[in-house]
Design a protein around this ligand. Sequence first.
Ligand code: FES
Length: 306
Amino acid sequence: MPARSCWRFRRSWPRLSPTKPPECESEHKVTIKRIGGGRVSNWLNDNVSAGDVVQVLPPAGRFVLREADRPLLLFAGGSGITPVIALIKSALTRTSRTLKLVYANRDAASIIFEAELGELQARHPDRLQVVHSLDDSDGFLTPERVQAQLAGHAGAHFYLCGPGGFMEAVEQGLEAAAIPREAIFKELFVSPEDDVPTAEELASTAEADAGAGGCETLLVTVDGTLHELAYEAGKTVLQTARDAGVQPPFSCEDGYCSCCMAKLIEGEVKMRKNDCLTPRDLEDGWVLACQSVPQTKTVKIDWDAG
Ligand code: FES
């Protein structure tokens, strides 16, 4: 399954990602990249200092290491390295898997964790390989260059995290190499441009809500339990579940983080918007529960699928 994102912050928050794998570091750690014009990343970088107390939500999301013996091939773009370095440390600490990281950045000065990655590589020379790709000297990572990195990694698990264009290139490269979807785990990050819904989004909301009247039963599976919920027209699958006391994963509630993605098992839903699922994900039956409005008498959604 494509992995869900794990951002536990709301619209217009910065890129905060846990950088600490639980099994090898004792202190909690996040990496906050300052974004030009970003309200929260600048505020945090300028105002928060040692000793301050910050209230945070607990970690969530599914971009975590899957138990397997397979080698790991990780692709990170820019600050997409933040969850990826945690996966690397975790794999090095508690498994004997071999790892290759392909890390793309604009230029050498933009590389985050350069020294830390160098140290990890020096400590595990036979297990960890780091390949840097710099836009200014190597050009952008293309699907062809992604494919060139795959030699000798048959049967690997692939973990991807980075911005839109980077993710597209990597996914196209993996697809061209016929890597099975089940072996690919990804985390997306996008920054929504503004808070004003487009005309297209408004039309799609109206259309989804108009079809919502016919649904009577919403069946949702979360953490192994099947819940039968009464559906109230106009609500999304996520709202209905939460109103009933069910606690599925979610974060942005705005269609761009993919934290709430679930599989549609029965019936039809219409998504008010979708800023993160790919056509391939949709074909496979994935939906964003925070944007899905039921359209048929019975709708069955599985958060545990995959
Ligand atoms: S909660 Fe972020 S896309 Fe649904």
